[in-house]
Design a protein around this ligand. Structure first.
Ligand SMILES: [Zn+2]
Length: 183
């Protein structure tokens, strides 16, 4: 599915970038799954922390977090008023001989909350070294140590989910800004 490019920017700190990359390579070729903490302004998501879920069951195409664990995380975070749970991240890896890409699966979309940011890291093996760049589709990509990463961020525009409906057609890709790797 071709995604619309939205007006919203997602700012990734050095911490978040490192968190996303290390979480994805740690469990490769399985998928990683984690929480995004930060805050949101009308035009931007500022992501301050990417925290991997340690209790999430990892599979190739599925993932789940038990809701009691989710509740505990939420309760602890209530003590830190400057940080909100602004979304999730997960990785996509090669499946059989199909290369991983950043497009959301139907399952990814079903589990996405209307106000949530969803970051996807596609990880493939690539011996050729490529510098990190921002791409026209709002993603960033590059290689590290034989892995090729592509990072995308998705959200539902607020004006279109007032009634809580999530029309996959309205999903947008936010423009990723990560000064640590792409100056
Ligand atoms: Zn996915």
């Amino acid at each position: 599915m071709a995604m619309r490019r939205g007006d919203i920017e997602v700012f990734l700190s050095e911490n978040v970038y490192m968190g996303l990359i290390l979480s994805s390579v740690e469990v490769y070729k399985k998928e990683c799954f984690g929480l995004l903490l930060g805050y949101r302004t009308p035009q931007k998501y500022i992501v301050e922390h990417a925290v991997p879920y340690q209790s999430a069951k990892r599979g190739h195409k599925w993932i789940e977090l038990r809701s009691d664990k989710w509740k505990v995380i939420q309760e602890v975070l209530n003590n830190f008023p400057k940080l909100d749970m602004i979304g999730d991240f997960h990785s996509h890896t090669m499946y059989r001989d199909v290369k991983a890409d950043v497009s959301l699966s139907e399952d990814d979309i079903i589990h996405m909350q209307p106000d949530e940011l969803q970051i996807v890291i596609a990880v493939n093996e690539n011996r050729r070294s490529m510098p990190w760049t921002s791409n026209p589709d709002h993603t960033i990509s590059g290689t590290i140590n034989g892995f090729y990463f592509k990072v995308a961020a998705y959200y539902f525009p607020t004006e279109e989910n007032n009634d809580g409906k999530r029309d996959p057609q309205s999903l947008c890709m936010a423009r990723i800004v990560c000064p640590f790797v792409v100056g």
